[in-house]
Write a new protein. Structure first.
Length: 102
């Protein structure tokens, strides 16, 4: 079964990096967005093949929730840090819950 939610999350992360580059010329945003988006897409592909293979997307979303949560706490700006932190936290909850269901 295709992990549509995981692929959607990966697309949002990658698109956010591209938008950060286009709007502000930030190569760091572009690089981070594409790296984390690619990792999330790879994780979504893994969970699509076998739902028990959720660790890559869980780790990616956990790292982004921590990083962007920290940036949101420092800046107080919801866009983009707060949004990505919130989406990432939802993904952590989604995939983390698989650790306890068996």
């Amino acid at each position: 079964m295709t992990d549509i939610v995981g692929y959607g999350y990966a697309a949002v992360v990658a698109l956010g990096g591209i938008i950060g580059y286009v709007k502000a010329g930030s190569i760091m945003s572009l690089t981070a967005g594409l790296v984390f988006g690619g990792a999330a897409a790879f994780g979504a592909m893994q969970t699509s093949k076998n739902p028990a293979n959720y660790m890559i997307i869980l780790g990616t979303s956990f790292a982004l929730s921590c990083l962007m949560g920290y940036r949101y706490a420092n800046s107080g700006k919801f866009m983009p840090a707060g949004l990505v932190a919130a989406l990432s936290l939802m993904m952590v909850i989604r995939y983390g819950s698989r650790m306890y269901s068996a």
